[in-house]
Design a protein around this ligand. Structure first.
Ligand code: MG
Length: 259
């Protein structure tokens, strides 16, 4: 396994790619409304990414037909935006990649449509918490398995399950580089983390069982038992002191009435 080490200059470009992804995810989160078609989010995503001087990465990737993945309720990842109308109480996972000056940024967020119930909110909070636990475990000298174990433990202690068949990944010039980063597994295993590694951590957490199925469009991944699922992702870089979140949405963009 070879994990590509990025230079300071390359990480600086990835920081800009990450900021573009974060900005557009914030815009999408704020524009999302009951009654909206999911394809409207795709149009906004493409326009805003291009306005910021980047290119949406997902369109055409292995034949994916859209700029943004939109996965609703029991859909886990790789949902294709289209005619589906969002309803009050839905939870929507938005996953976006952008290519800027030859480098990729990749992040995902799950947001509620209007008022959502407590069960959905708790699942979303646990998934974001699992991502934060994974980031906290990522520092030079730690092992890759420490990240996986931290994510799994955080989610399972709260009564949820983590998806097994889809993983986080290394990222850089390519959206998917080595290594694969499972959201489960024993600590103290796998490669040792070093400064300059860039990783996309992305727990997919189900309210019910971890098993999945692929929908009729051959893309959308759903929970096998129909339970709700949430997905949070950040692109991070391993630094001297720990991990820098390159796709942090905090303080990145503010529309009136939001953030
Ligand atoms: Mg990813």
């Amino acid at each position: 396994m070879s994990i590509i080490i990025k230079s300071e200059r390359e990480i600086a470009i990835m920081r800009q790619a990450g900021r573009i992804v974060a900005t557009v995810l914030n815009i999408l989160s704020q524009r999302l409304r009951p009654g909206m078609k999911t394809k409207e989010l795709d149009v906004i995503a493409a326009g805003e990414v291009e306005k910021l001087g980047a290119k949406p990465s997902f369109k055409g990737y292995r034949g994916f037909p859209a700029n943004l993945c939109v996965s609703v309720n029991d859909e886990i990842v790789h949902g294709i935006p289209g005619e589906r109308i969002l309803r009050q109480g839905d939870i929507v996972s938005l996953d976006l990649g952008a290519l800027f000056m030859g480098f990729q940024g990749d992040a995902a967020v799950t947001v509620g449509v209007g008022e959502i119930d407590l069960k959905a909110r708790e699942l979303m909070e646990a998934t974001e918490g699992a991502l934060k636990a994974g980031i906290a475990a990522a520092h030079p000298g730690a092992r890759l398995g420490d990240i996986s174990a931290a994510i799994q433990n955080y989610a399972e202690l709260r009564g949820y399950s983590v998806v097994r068949e889809y993983t986080g990944h290394g990222i850089g010039r390519e959206m998917h580089e080595e290594p694969q980063i499972p959201n489960f597994g024993p600590p103290g295993t796998g490669p040792v983390l070093e400064k300059g590694m860039a990783l996309a951590l992305e727990p997919m957490v189900n309210a019910g069982d971890w098993r999945t199925r692929v929908g009729d469009n051959h893309w959308t991944v759903l929970t096998a038992d129909g339970s709700l699922s949430a997905h949070f992702e950040h692109t991070i870089a391993i630094t001297d002191g720990g991990a820098e979140v390159l796709t942090s949405r905090e303080g990145v963009y503010a529309e009136e009435g939001g953030y």
